[in-house]
Write a protein that binds this ligand. Structure first.
Ligand code: FAD
Ligand code: 2HG
Ligand code: ZN
Length: 471
């Protein structure tokens, strides 16, 4: 009996798609760069069903590609064009299994949409702090498998820091029940860390225990115009210090991005009368009403304006205004689509080196491709910049994207010189799986291959992603 026939016996019709039209949305990535093929799309509802699918696939030697919300930016959630794998969508496993407010934890299934998790925590007077532009669509299993970052890493950490336990179905169909809700557990290797950030190459995450935090009673949102990039760093340090480390977001938006947002995304606006570059979107949060965030921060802003570190600054006077300012941050991402083809770089350098990196990188790229738009924005407080390049006017999209390898090389070699990373939060996927061989040592790649071979000896989990092809 072939694997599809066996799956038909296991799963009701709505949980197994084989018709091309029904499968189509699962086979193309968010940016529409990768168009894959699959034998079928399986949509199990329970861990036991995932385990059954995995053991049938293992017995038949068929590869599995896990998928959450399919919002990933590196092509990792879409199967290869060979059409020989099963796409396993976790979307039907979207129950919140438990919220333990006293323990500050919640146990959720991998298919839960991030926003639903945030809302459930809020209803229990708790905060689940992971937050990113795709939060209305991305799912916890995808967040775990990419070790997602987002806009509050500065204070709360990334997905790895927010996870206490996991339930994982291994490639042979056995279930590892690691749903521990402990802050301390030194009983050998921390296995959950292997699956976090593994991009589905080691097993299927089916559930997780997540950390919760006190719900902030106050937030302060500031949109500021820095005098220049160099001025941002002392401001970051002063805000952290003056607020007792209540700073949760420190995002950077260059003028070029605000302009493109205003040109392409309705509802975008310029918060200031004058033009400035760059802008900072800053947020602070305090757990208690007794702390006056505004009184703490206003003198820091006043001093920065006085000294010329800042050219202007506005504090949101209402939640609605704060939302409008955050809308600009999302619009900056959205504006890239209508602006034409783009080449993404998701880089990190030490926070103190961001200004120097940008000052060096920008002219290098502008000289390499005259007219190219350097669209560098992002999580400045984490040293993580989305150093994206947009299609120059007058150059065909195909001619521009043909330069991807050469332009990647310029950016990534410089990143390496600054002791940085070529993927701060989006992962390697298909996009950077070969590129990484230039920047990780042989020993690191070898250790990764050994882990892969130990957990997935048949090489069935998400082939062609994360690990470079063997030469
Ligand atoms: P998918 O795209 O479905 O999958 C991602 C990877 O995880 C794939 O390798 C897949 O095989 C694997 N996977 C999925 N579920 C499982 C599972 N249950 N078990 C094992 N493997 C699994 N990312 C950031 O880090 N920070 C941001 O600020 C950010 N902003 C974004 C804004 C927009 C508008 C968009 C479109 C994307 C953004 N992203 C960001 C990227 C993306 O949203 C994240 O990588 C997110 O974590 C992916 O979740 P997903 O459910 O969509 O995963
Ligand atoms: C963000 O920070 C995302 O908004 C998307 O990580 C970045 O578009 C991008 O390159
Ligand atoms: Zn980002």
């Amino acid at each position: 009996m072939d694997v599809i026939e066996a799956l038909h016996r296991e799963l009701p019709p709505d949980r197994l798609l084989t018709e091309p039209g029904a499968m189509a949305p699962y086979l193309v990535d968010w940016r529409k760069l990768y168009h894959g093929q699959a034998l079928c799309v399986a949509r199990p509802r329970e861990t036991a069903e995932v385990a059954r699918i995995m053991s049938l696939a293992a017995a038949a030697g068929v590869a599995i590609v896990p998928q959450g919300g399919n919002t990933g930016l590196t092509g990792a959630s879409v199967p290869l064009e060979t059409g020989s794998s099963i796409l396993l969508s976790l979307e039907r496993m979207d129950r919140i299994r438990a919220i333990d407010a006293a323990n500050y934890t919640m146990t959720v299934e991998a298919g839960c949409i991030l926003q639903k998790v945030q809302e459930a925590a809020y209803a229990a007077d708790r905060l689940f702090p992971l937050s990113l532009g795709a939060e209305g669509s991305c799912r916890i299993g995808g967040n775990l498998s990419t070790n997602a970052g987002g806009i509050a890493v500065l204070h709360y950490g990334n997905m790895r820091d927010l996870t206490l336990g996991l339930e994982v179905v291994l490639p042979d169909g056995r279930v590892w029940e690691g749903l521990r809700a402990l802050r301390k557990d030194n009983t050998g290797y921390d296995l959950k860390q292997l699956f976090i950030g593994a991009e589905g190459t080691l097993g299927i995450i089916t559930a997780a225990v997540l950390k919760l935090f006190p719900l902030p009673r106050q937030r302060l949102t500031i949109f500021a115009a820095a005098a220049n990039m160099e001025a941002a760093l002392p401001l970051l340090a002063r805000l952290r210090q003056a607020s007792g480390d209540a700073l949760t977001s420190f995002e950077m938006i260059p003028r070029v991005a605000l302009e493109l947002a205003m040109a392409h995304v309705p509802g975008s606006f310029d918060p200031f009368a004058q033009r400035h570059d760059p802008y900072l979107l800053i947020e602070l949060a305090a757990g208690s009403e007794g702390i006056d965030l505004r009184a703490m921060i206003e003198p820091v802003l006043a001093a920065a304006l006085e000294e010329g570190l800042l050219a202007d600054a506005t504090i949101a006077e209402s939640e609605a205004r704060a939302k409008r300012l955050w809308f600009l941050r999302e619009a900056v991402v959205e504006a890239q689509g209508p602006a034409g083809a783009s080449i993404k770089h998701d880089i990190a350098v030490p926070v103190a080196a961001v200004a120097a990196f940008l000052a060096e990188a920008k002219p290098v790229l502008e000289a390499a491709l005259p007219g190219v738009i350097v669209y560098a924005f992002g999580h400045l407080g984490d040293g993580n910049i989305h150093f994206n390049l947009l299609q120059p006017p007058g150059v065909e999209a195909a001619d521009f994207t043909a330069l991807t390898g050469a332009l990647n090389r310029r950016v990534h070699d410089l990143v390496a010189r600054y002791g940085g990373s070529i993927s701060a939060e989006h992962g390697l996927g298909r996009l950077r799986r070969e590129e990484i061989t230039r920047y990780k040592s042989e020993i690191e790649i070898e250790l990764m291959r050994r882990i892969k071979a130990a957990l997935d000896p048949q090489g069935l989990m998400n082939p062609g992603k994360l690990l470079p092809a063997k030469s």
